[in-house]
Design a protein around this ligand. Structure first.
Ligand code: ADP
Length: 402
């Protein structure tokens, strides 16, 4: 049984074909620079196996429809493809960024679901529109396969009002749904499930803090298996220090920048999203480059590391207070999975709260899910690789198989 997982962006489509019987990836692909003069098409068949082979092409890709059709042509290629016909795809999962308050779970896409995703466009203008473009094209091309929307926000719809409300005039919530939603939900849910398995305890009895540190960063407090608070807010800008996004700042900053620098709101928003975070502090946003620079004596790179890890620690402390009892802290995503320094600094000084990292286990690297706390640590600490495509595919299986 083969599932197709699609992540459609404004100028790109990323996809994977996963054999759900064995949960193995049959193909992974990327269509980039849609709408530009030369687009880029890349597909890897059987990645990570000895049968791995790659197909790369540069060609104009006018729109999402032609991008998806080009990808399909490769997947059904009689010589090297992995499916014979579109009907070989049993179901399709679409990543959708913003489900607003309409979706608490992944759902089969119907006209009403499309309308609700469209209704939520104001909350994530770039993302939701691009996600919809991908869905519409896939529904045309794979007309016989059930299509499922998997929302970044859905996992966090269990947050209680005290956690999701901003202290703003209530009418803004009633009229415009201004509130905190949270993102990266598919990843937080996936690693929480894996962690419960490692703890040999039902997820519904687990209290966890899941720490997703990639280009985007977020942290979630999970109580009895459900999200009760998370660091990202109405948009993916609040909370932790990210690659290029600022995380928490004083909301009065906007007026200051407008009055003192003559910046308009669009320029301020672009700066906070694209020129801030680690990049704003030290000019670099790839963590590996930041470590190299810091090791070479670059003080701003060291500052960027200090600011990010301090913010992580502050949020871990806050979420420990939210949860009371914490069974485990889980690190995931590019930085969370690979960076022992960031993990150690983010947990520094938390021994009094029952967190005892094992330095040897922390510095080891396996690429597998593993425990990195000492045997007597009251709060266990894990590194668990996230796999958003597999997580989406499992969600799809849950929806289509009931
Ligand atoms: P995205 O949010 O785009 O999915 P990833 O989860 O792939 O991002 O994370 C990207 C981040 O992970 C980058 O900052 C990158 O430098 C960092 N990263 C990847 N490998 C390592 C490593 N070995 N050590 C430290 N950081 C790493």
């Amino acid at each position: 049984m083969k599932f197709l997982v699609i992540n459609s962006g404004s100028s790109s489509i990323k996809y994977q074909v996963i054999d759900m019987t064995t949960e193995t990836v049959l193909a992974t692909g990327l269509v980039e620079r849609i709408g530009e003069t030369t687009g880029h098409l890349q597909t890897t068949f059987y990645p990570g196996t000895d049968q791995e082979r790659e197909s790369v092409a540069e060609q104009a890709i006018a729109d999402h429809d032609s991008g998806m059709r080009s990808a399909l042509a490769l997947l059904t290629d009689p010589e090297q493809g992995i499916i014979a016909h579109t009907t070989d795809i049993a179901a399709i999962g679409h990543r959708v960024v913003h489900g607003g308050e309409d979706f608490r779970a992944s759902t089969l896409i119907t006209p009403a679901v499309l309308a609700a995703i469209e209704r939520n466009i104001p909350l994530a203008p770039l993302h939701n529109q691009a996600n919809l473009d991908g869905i519409r094209v896939a529904m045309e091309i794979f007309a016989d396969s059930p299509q499922v929307a998997v929302f970044d926000t859905a996992f966090h719809q269990t947050m209680p009002p005290r956690a999701f409300h901003y202290a703003l005039p209530y009418a803004l919530y009633e009229q415009d749904r201004v509130r905190r939603y949270g993102f990266h939900g598919t990843s937080h849910r996936f690693v929480a499930g894996e962690c419960a398995r490692l703890l040999a305890k039902p997820l519904a009895q687990c209290n966890l803090i899941t720490v997703h540190l990639g280009n985007g960063c977020s942290m979630t407090a999970i109580e009895n298996g459900v999200s009760v608070d998370t660091s990202l807010g109405m948009t993916p800008l609040e909370g932790l220090v990210m690659g290029t996004r600022c995380g928490d700042v004083d909301p009065a900053l906007h007026l200051f920048l407008h009055q003192n620098k003559g910046m308009d709101l669009v320029a301020i928003d672009a700066m906070l999203n694209k020129e801030s975070g680690l990049k704003g502090l030290c000019g670099l946003n790839d963590m590996r480059d930041i470590h190299k620079a810091a090791a070479g004596g670059d003080e701003r790179a060291a500052l960027a590391l200090a600011v990010q890890t301090y913010r992580n620690r502050k949020y871990i402390g806050a979420f420990m207070a939210v949860l009371g009892r914490v069974d485990a802290i889980v690190f995931t995503a590019g930085i969370g999975e690979n960076d022992p320094f960031v993990r150690a600094e983010s947990l520094k000084g938390l021994e009094a709260f029952g967190v005892r990292l094992d330095p040897d286990k922390n510095s080891g690297h396996t690429g597998e899910a593993r425990i990195i706390s000492q045997n007597d640590s009251r709060v266990r600490v894990f590194v668990i690789p996230t796999n958003e495509e597999l997580a989406i595919a499992r969600e799809v299986a849950g929806v289509v198989q009931g």
